[in-house]
Design a protein around this ligand. Structure first.
Ligand SMILES: Nc1ncnc2c1ncn2[C@@H]1O[C@H](COP(=O)(O)OP(=O)(O)OP(=O)(O)O)[C@@H](O)[C@H]1O
Length: 240
């Protein structure tokens, strides 16, 4: 299922400081957005508001066609919208347990759940570490586990906060492959990053937080043939 989120007159203030006021904002269905802006302008804050993890000072963010009343009943956190943290939280357990946790209530038998988790770990290149405890993983590997956990959930909207900050080129390309797969299945993604890279190149729209508001514009990507060939080779070598 894909959904569309709509924000109306959303303002965020910390004490006397107005971080931003956004009159109107829509995400989805099936969009890829690059969210940019200087340090401290409120990118993380906006993603948390969209995910329902933070309440704006004023305004509302609702799935399209959902009434405010239903929204109030739903409680904190927005089902089907996942916020991928800059430094993801993994619980005390193995890599496999961390990824399967997301689908523990899904109506799949154990065999199918295991297959889904192994596919996700293969995509992020961590299948050989499935039984390792997460405490032995590097920062980049933890980020990849968090991405695998998000991918198995097949969210309608995935909000990725600086996903590439601690990743090398190969890991970024693995994330690109997963993000592309979600997009092909109708999900939307929002990516924050201080540098353009293969992930931000997936985006066709830009949100720029500047002067305490958000400016939206289309993002025209210049297809770099050399880069495209490299991505295609990567996909070919990772498809069964
Ligand atoms: N709970 C809070 N109380 C007070 N100020 C806060 C709170 N949360 C965030 N801020 C402030 O709001 C501003 C925006 O923070 P945010 O993390 O959203 O910025 P950002 O654009 O993601 O920055 P960066 O690019 O550095 O990650 C910062 O100045 C931060 O200190």
């Amino acid at each position: 299922m894909t959904i569309q989120l709509q924000a109306k007159q959303v303002s965020m203030r910390f004490k006397d400081r107005v971080l931003f006021h956004i009159p109107s904002l829509t995400i989805g269905p099936n969009e890829a957005v690059y969210l940019k802006g200087d340090n401290g302008v409120g990118k993380t804050t906006l993603l948390k508001i969209l995910a329902g993890l933070l309440k704006p000072t004023s305004g509302d963010v609702l799935p399209r066609h959902q009434s405010l009343f239903t929204g109030l009943l739903r409680g904190p956190g927005r089902k089907d919208v996942i916020y991928l943290h800059q430094s993801p939280y993994l619980f005390d357990g193995s890599v496999f347990q961390n990824v399967v946790y997301g689908i523990k209530h899904k109506n799949l038998d154990l065999h199918d759940k295991r297959a889904e988790v192994i596919s996700a770990l293969r995509l992020v290149g961590l299948e050989t570490l499935a039984d390792e405890h997460v405490s032995v993983l590097s920062g980049g590997e933890k980020q990849r586990v968090a991405m695998a956990r998000a991918w198995v959930l097949k969210p309608s909207i995935l909000l990725m906060d600086e996903p590439s900050a601690s990743l090398d080129q190969e890991s970024i390309e693995r994330l690109v492959f997963m993000a592309q797969d979600l997009l092909e299945h109708g999900s939307s993604i929002v990516i924050t990053s201080h540098q353009t890279n293969a992930l931000t190149r997936l985006c066709r729209k830009q949100w720029w937080i500047k002067d305490c508001t958000l400016i939206e514009s289309p993002l025209l990507q210049i297809i770099d043939k050399k880069h495209k060939d490299k991505e295609n080779n990567y996909v070919a070598s990772n498809s069964d």
